[in-house]
Design a protein around this ligand. Structure first.
Ligand code: HEC
Ligand code: HEC
Ligand code: HEC
Ligand code: HEC
Length: 138
C-alpha cells in the first residue's frame, strides 16, 4: 500500500517535471542573436542583436501583439493570440507569398518601421533606423 502511494508520488513528480521543462522550452530568450542562416544562407550583413527584454519592458502598453501575430483561419486576418508567439521564420520564408512578406522584409517591416514611426513621437525613445545601427560589425 505504502509502496503504491510512493510510486504515485514519484510518477506525478516526473510528469510535473516534464510539463515544466516543456513550457520552459517555449519561453522567449532575453537576448537574441538574429542570424537566420537556415533561411538566408550566408548572411550579407552582420547578424542583429535584439533584446527581447528591453522591448517587452519598453512596449508593455503596446503589448506583445505589436510584433507577434498569427493568421486567423476563418477571417484570414492577422491576430494576436496570447501564448502562441512563434518564431517569425515559422511562417516567413525566403520568398514572399501573396500578402505574406519574405523573412527579411518581415523583420524590416516590423523593426525599422516601428523605430521610424516612433521618432515622430519621441526621438529619445526609439531604436536604430540605419543599416549599421542594427547590423553591427563585431
Ligand atoms: C531596426 C533594425 C534593422 C535595420 C535598421 C536594418 N535591418 Fe536588415 N535585418 C534586420 C533583422 C532583425 C534581420 C534578420 C536577421 C537574421 O535573422 O539573419 C535583417 C535581415 C537583413 C538581410 C538578410 C540577412 C543577410 O544578412 O543576408 C539583409 C541583406 C539586410 N537585413 C540588409 C539591410 C540593409 C541594407 C539595411 C539598411 C537599408 C538594413 N538591413 C537595416 C534588422 C534591421
Ligand atoms: C519588439 C518586438 C517584440 C515584442 C514587443 C515581443 N516580442 Fe517576442 N519575439 C520577438 C522576436 C523578434 C523574437 C525572435 C523570433 C525569431 O527567432 O525569429 C521573439 C521570440 C519570442 C518567443 C519565442 C518564439 C520561438 O518559438 O522561438 C516567445 C515565446 C515570445 N517572443 C513571446 C513574447 C511575449 C509573451 C511578448 C509580450 C510580453 C513578446 N514576445 C513581445 C519580438 C517581440
Ligand atoms: C503564424 C504565422 C506567422 C508568424 C509566426 C509571423 N507572421 Fe508575420 N505574417 C503572417 C502572414 C500570413 C502575413 C500576411 C498577412 C496578410 O495576408 O495581410 C504576415 C505579415 C507580416 C507583415 C506585413 C503586414 C504587417 O503586419 O505590417 C510583417 C511586417 C510581419 N508579418 C512581421 C512578422 C514578424 C516580425 C514576426 C515574428 C515576430 C512574424 N511576422 C511572425 C504570418 C506570420
Ligand atoms: C513596436 C515598436 C518596435 C519594434 C517592432 C521593434 N523595436 Fe527596437 N526599439 C523600440 C523602442 C521603443 C526602443 C527603445 C527602447 C528603450 O530605450 O527602452 C528600441 C530599441 C532598440 C535597440 C537599441 C536598444 C538595444 O536593445 O540595444 C535596438 C538595437 C533595437 N531596438 C532593435 C530592434 C530589432 C532588431 C527589432 C526587430 C526584431 C526591433 N527593434 C523591433 C521599438 C521597437
Amino acid at each position: 500500500m505504502r509502496r503504491a502511494r510512493l510510486m504515485v508520488l514519484i510518477i506525478t513528480g516526473l510528469l510535473l517535471m516534464g510539463v515544466l521543462s516543456l513550457t520552459g522550452s517555449m519561453a522567449q530568450e532575453n537576448e537574441y542573436d538574429l542570424g537566420h542562416t537556415d533561411v538566408f544562407g550566408s548572411l550579407r550583413r552582420p547578424m542583429v542583436k535584439f533584446s527581447h527584454a528591453v522591448h517587452s519592458d519598453s512596449l508593455v502598453e503596446a503589448g506583445c501583439g505589436v510584433c507577434h501575430h498569427s493568421r486567423d483561419d476563418k477571417t484570414g486576418k492577422l491576430v494576436y493570440i496570447e501564448g502562441q508567439e512563434l518564431s517569425c521564420k515559422d511562417c516567413h520564408d525566403t520568398q514572399k507569398e501573396n500578402h505574406k512578406p519574405a523573412l527579411r522584409e518581415a523583420f524590416h517591416g516590423s523593426c525599422t518601421v516601428c523605430h521610424r514611426d516612433m521618432i515622430k513621437s519621441d526621438r529619445s525613445h526609439t531604436g536604430p533606423t540605419t543599416c549599421g545601427g542594427c547590423h553591427k560589425k563585431v
